[in-house]
Design a binder for this molecule. Structure first.
Ligand SMILES: C[S@@+](CC[C@H](N)C(=O)[O-])C[C@H]1O[C@@H](n2cnc3c(N)ncnc32)[C@H](O)[C@@H]1O
Length: 244
């Protein structure tokens, strides 16, 4: 599904505008999202009924919809205008959806205005996590919970070629999202950098999950099932905002 490269100059990376619809359709039923990341995240989320939840990096609203269907009061944000439109179409007035850049201050949102922040597969597009995590901390009430998924630090890591301890810009080409491959760039970080950013910004890690695909994946996509059963790919972290 993906070809990995490092630090190659190019344009039109992370152009979610261009493949937003294909992304939404495909991730509804693919191994990596539908049968691996999402079930793992859903399984650790607490009861969200009546909770104020920020969906940070909502894409086409799969998480937003799940949260709303579980009676949370949801604000969803995404950098991509197209993704925001898709989420608005999907949810109507059942959620507030805004276009916003998580690498910038989210000044339109008030301090202590959320009980939970959920951010699925989005933080790795941002190099400086201290900034965005500080914002999540500001937005969360004391003891509020942050759940995020990101690329596992060992995902594709090749001993002898990469510097595990560096925060590296990695490029991939994804196929299956339309006629031509789409190009994405993201930051791969060592586990210590992830833990340090959380500690620096007032979070205590409560749980680290290295997901496995759900059983249904074996029948629908046996190749991915086999790979994800033995290879670290994504990581999910639950962290609590402490008083600072
Ligand atoms: C892999 S998708 C997220 C998946 C989504 N949570 C889901 O499970 O359907 C990554 C999303 O992050 C968004 N994104 C990337 N960089 C961002 C940023 N700096 N601020 C806000 N959203 C960003 C992209 O537009 C894209 O919709």
């Amino acid at each position: 599904m993906s070809n990995r490269k490092k630090n190659q100059n190019s344009t039109a990376f992370n152009d979610y505008e261009a493949f937003a619809e294909a992304y939404v359709t495909r991730t509804n039923s693919n191994a990596y999202n539908a049968y691996y990341e999402r079930p793992a995240m859903f399984s650790i989320l607490p009861n969200v009924e009546s909770k104020r939840v920020l969906d940070a990096g909502c894409a086409g609203g799969a998480y937003t919809e799940w949260l709303v269907n579980h009676n949370a009061s949801v604000v969803a944000i995404d950098l991509s205008r197209k993704m925001v439109q898709l989420t608005q179409q999907r949810l109507g007035n059942r959620a507030q959806v805004y276009q916003a850049d998580l690498s910038q201050p989210l000044s339109f949102l008030s301090d202590d205005s959320f009980d939970i922040v959920v951010s699925s597969l989005t933080l790795h597009y941002i190099k400086d996590w201290d900034g965005v995590l500080k914002e999540f901390h500001r937005l969360l009430s004391t003891s509020g919970l942050l759940f995020f998924s990101t690329h596992h630090p060992l995902m594709g890591f090749q001993v002898g070629k990469d510097d595990y301890f560096a925060t590296e810009l990695v490029e991939e080409e994804w196929t299956g999202f339309g006629n031509s491959p789409v190009r994405v760039r993201f930051y791969r970080k060592p586990l210590s950098a992830i833990a340090s950013s959380l500690a620096n910004t007032g979070f205590v890690i409560e749980q680290i999950i290295e997901p496995r695909p759900v059983e249904e994946c074996k029948r629908l996509d046996p190749e991915s099932y086999q790979k994800l059963s033995i290879t670290p790919w994504f990581l999910i972290i639950q962290a609590r905002a402490k008083q600072i």
